[in-house]
Ligand binder design. Structure first.
Ligand code: EPZ
Length: 429
């Protein structure tokens, strides 16, 4: 298994191109199941999760073609990919595939809407919490689907087409919003989704569905209204820049110091996080080509944060922010409200010398003057990258094990950081 070796202490200076967002690309790819026409997606990041979803979609009969390759474009860079689900050959998403990536459960929405049936494995537990699927099932039931759960599979049927309805999410869920929005595009009549997720990835998906001929208004607010149509066609859609990658590198600069332009980054996608990073003492400047982050000389101020659905502080930046706070001049409190078990990085940050105590859903971080490099390992994507950030600021060598977590969500991580002066390399084994 590959590892990443870092030697901390260098400031970061230069430019980091921000890739297309993983969490936008995945639902956009799944939307290709809604039409027999070709859906072309631009700026698709080259990540393990994207490759895995390509395999899963292939199992349902989706063909794909990588094109639009720029002359000097290298393997590993964001790409333009066309997806065509001319014939759905299988409406079953098996356990072996769904258990590898939770988002693959989302195929249930388009398969049910287009084919009138879907049999999708329950995704099961995962490292950051139990993550049930009750909201998906309640929502699809409200659209008239008959739902059974048998032998670890959800079997959903809607032989005479889904039927529009009003559904109020009891809790905000990004995935369930994606799924119900996709399903409702082909339902009969009007669907109103209330207390819907407002994440930018939902807006990206709604824009794509509308380009395919859907009739959706209100995405980005908590009420989304969808008028069902008989069929959808192909379209071309660009994946938005990755706000979590943006926030991660901004925090890396806030921690290690330096001056970096995050190219293509959009401040409106993560304003709350940028405001918090600015409060820690870094300077954040939106420019025509992205976001410039600088921190020179000053200490890191402690700031308390609580994770919330968009537009609040994202749970996907909580671990990285904790990394930053480990070297703040004082005490900060970080409260996780989205997932019940998203603190696996605490133990590992402690291995680097961080002082963190946990009480329920709140971590209290007492900033230390210096972290010291150590071998570390994490069990999820964002936790792993928090260790990279901390390692960049720590004294000496840090080796991050289980790099495959990073490969799921960070395109060319080592190259982007070493291009800004970090000492970082991949050790293949
Ligand atoms: C998406 O997951 C993201 N994944 C996650 O990013 C992100 O952390 C999360 O949204 C929150 O922003 C993708 O976009 C692929 P949810 P999702 O449904 O949709 C509970 C990363 O690192 N819930 O909004 O699965 C759930 O347990 C990943 O890139 C139910 O109770 O998250 C959680 O507590 C990790 N019942 C809360 O809702 C349900 O039926 C929010 O989860 C569904 C969810």
């Amino acid at each position: 298994m590959d590892r990443i070796r870092l030697v901390g202490g260098n400031k970061l200076n230069g430019r980091i191109p921000i890739s297309g967002a993983k969490n936008a690309a995945l639902p956009l790819m799944i939307a290709s199941l809604l039409t027999d026409d070709t859906l072309t997606l631009e700026n698709v990041p080259h990540l393990a999760d994207v490759e895995q979803l390509i395999r899963i979609l292939g199992n349902h009969g989706v063909d794909y073609a990588v094109n639009g390759r720029r002359e000097k474009q290298q393997e590993g860079y964001s790409r333009t990919i066309s997806f065509t689900a001319r014939n759905i050959v299988d409406t079953t998403a098996p356990y072996e595939l769904v258990s590898k990536m939770r988002a693959s459960f989302w195929v249930i929405g388009p398969l049910l809407a287009r084919m009138g049936e879907a049999k999708v494995s329950l995704p099961g537990g995962c490292a950051i919490g139990t993550r049930p699927v009750d909201l998906f099932l309640e929502g699809l039931d409200a659209l008239g689907a008959k739902i059974d759960v048998e032998n670890g599979y959800v079997i959903a049927k809607a032989k005479n087409r889904l039927k529009g309805n009003r559904f109020v999410f009891p809790k905000v869920s990004v995935g369930a919003t994606h799924v119900l929005m996709m399903a409702a595009t082909l339902a009969r009549g009007e669907t109103v989704l209330e207390n819907a997720a407002r994440e930018p990835e939902v807006v990206n998906l709604a824009d794509c569905l509308n380009a395919m001929g859907a009739n959706i208004v209100g995405a980005g607010t908590s009420t989304i209204t969808i008028q069902g149509v008989d069929m959808l066609s192909g379209a071309r859609q660009k994946v938005i820049p990755d706000r979590i990658e943006t926030g991660t590198y901004a925090m890396a600069v806030a921690m290690a110091g330096g001056d970096v332009l995050l190219e293509n980054a959009r401040p409106d996608l993560l304003q709350t996080a940028l405001d918090v990073i600015a409060q820690t003492g870094a300077e954040i400047t939106p420019t025509n080509s992205g976001i410039r982050v600088t921190r020179n000389g000053h200490g890191i101020h402690p700031v308390d944060v609580t994770t919330e659905p968009f537009p609040g502080f994202p749970t996907d930046l909580q671990a990285q922010f904790m990394g930053l706070m480990t070297m703040a001049k004082g005490r900060s409190r970080i409260t996780e409200t989205i997932f019940e078990n998203r603190f696996m990085h605490v133990q590992e940050l402690a291995r680097l010398g961080a002082h963190i105590s946990l009480s329920g859903q709140t971590a209290t971080v007492e900033g230390v003057d210096m972290l010291k490099g150590a071998p570390v390992m994490a069990t999820d994507l964002r936790a792993s990258v928090s260790l990279v950030i901390a390692g960049l600021a720590a004294e000496g060598e840090t080796v991050v094990n289980r790099v495959y977590h990073l490969d799921r969500g960070f395109e060319r991580l080592e190259e982007k950081l070493s291009g800004c002066g970090a000492v970082i390399e991949r050790l293949s084994s």
